[in-house]
Design a binder for this molecule. Structure first.
Ligand SMILES: [Zn+2]
Length: 81
């Protein structure tokens, strides 16, 4: 098991399938079913090179999304705190 790369974090990475959030043309886009290693303490995420390349390829030629999801903004009150 790989130790977390975030300084001071005691966590370790575990293999997980995640929804990976990226920005495409300034807008957030989710890529589902991405294999990743995720720190169970701080949530830091690692992608292997093949996965990162596959995502780059997908973003270069994305085609139609499989579906769309709702997006919400943080309420301003909570932002000010
Ligand atoms: Zn961590």
């Amino acid at each position: 098991m790989k130790h977390c790369s975030i300084h001071g974090c005691p966590g370790e990475y575990f293999k997980q399938v995640i929804n990976h959030l990226v920005t495409m043309s300034g807008k957030p886009v989710i890529i589902e079913n991405v294999p990743a290693e995720v720190c169970q303490v701080c949530g830091d995420t690692l992608l292997d090179i093949e996965t990162a390349e596959a995502i780059e390829g997908l973003l270069a030629n994305p085609g139609q999304p499989v579906h769309t999801v709702p997006a919400y903004a943080m309420p301003e009150k909570a932002m000010a705190a």
